[in-house]
Design a binder for this molecule. Structure first.
Ligand code: ZN
Ligand code: ZN
Length: 327
């Protein structure tokens, strides 16, 4: 497991270096909200906000960001002798004296492992699965900006499913969803999820939802969770968006980028609401518990949180422009 707090959120800093400052953005948001309140012209205000933020944003940089990742050290017993790859001293064959990173294979003394930088470069030799793999580990191993499951499923859904009634709400046949999962685990980005193999789009939406459910650390991480929940409990819309923005900043960069991409997609799904009957509220119901899991062990407390989880996703879809602000 990778402690998400160890991963710095510095993703879009470079991309937005030359865009408006955060405060100026917030001023735009505030103005728009005040206008919304005064006139009730939601649609006009939304359009204005979108174009303003978009103009202030540089073209999306498709370069792969350098995500930081901590090593996944496990105590290993070795036969024979080894040199520590950190201090270059000899490691004696004593039990529990040496550890090895399960993701990149780095061999170090146990005491040296605490000093190693968060520069793990996972190797496909060690990272064998796609589903159930830590998100940052997966994207670093495959050298992609986001998990390939997310990009490929969304591309497929947008090409042939946006008008499908009950998109994401209707479940696909679970055996076939399992089949897609196996294809990704086996073939990675070469998995064939085209219409020739899976005609029913609900198989693809099911496979995407399953990917998020299977993450060992949810897309909205346990560390960031309380801040997201806090944001939906705030009544003042400006304060609410500020808290939401703060919550997004606390996500590991690869998680933040994946969430941004997913929310932009879900927004496009809601643009076809007339046909697919999926509003931001409906998508919140589907995706709330899929993207968020309460760090709370008490089942009653976790249960009451479900309502807030739905609201978080609904809020993110309705304000997906927030990802264009400086991070
Ligand atoms: Zn490593
Ligand atoms: Zn050492």
């Amino acid at each position: 497991m990778v402690p998400s707090s160890a991963v710095k959120c510095s993703l879009q800093r470079d991309v937005f270096k030359e865009s408006f400052t955060y405060k100026q953005h917030m001023a735009v948001l505030k103005k728009t909200h005040d206008k919304k309140k005064a006139t009730g012209q939601n649609e006009v205000s939304d359009k204005r906000l979108t174009s303003l933020v978009r103009r202030a944003t540089l073209k999306e940089n498709e370069q792969i960001p350098k995500y930081e990742k901590v090593h996944n050290f496990k105590v290993r017993m070795f036969r024979g002798s080894h040199w520590c790859e950190y201090c270059a001293n000899f490691m004696w064959g004593l039990i529990a004296q040496r550890v090895k990173c399960a993701d990149c294979g780095l061999n170090v003394h146990k005491q040296c492992s605490k000093m190693v930088a968060n520069d793990c470069k996972p190797d496909l030799k060690h990272v064998k699965k796609v589903y159930s793999c830590d998100l940052t580990t997966l994207v670093k191993a495959h050298i992609t900006k986001r998990p390939m499951v997310v990009d490929m499923c969304i591309r497929e859904i947008e090409s042939r499913g946006l008008k499908s009634e009950g998109l994401y709400r209707v479940s696909g046949f679970s055996d076939l969803i399992e089949d897609v999962k196996m294809a990704f685990d086996r073939d990675g980005e070469k998995a064939d999820i085209s219409v020739n193999v899976y005609e029913d789009i609900n198989i693809i939406t099911g496979a995407l939802k399953l990917y998020f459910k299977d993450l060992p650390i949810p897309l909205i991480t346990y560390d960031a969770y309380p801040k997201f929940i806090e944001s939906v409990k705030i009544m003042d819309p400006d304060e609410q968006l500020e808290t939401l923005h703060e919550a997004l900043r606390s996500l590991p960069p690869a998680h933040c980028e994946t969430l941004r991409y997913l929310m932009a997609h879900l927004k496009r799904v809601t643009l076809h609401e007339k046909e697919n009957l999926m509003s931001a509220e409906n998508l919140g119901i589907v995706f709330g518990p899929t993207l968020m899991r309460s760090p709370e062990l008490d089942p009653m407390a976790a249960l009451t949180d479900i309502r807030y989880q739905r609201l978080v996703v609904e809020l993110l879809i309705k304000n997906e422009d927030i990802f264009n602000l400086e991070f």
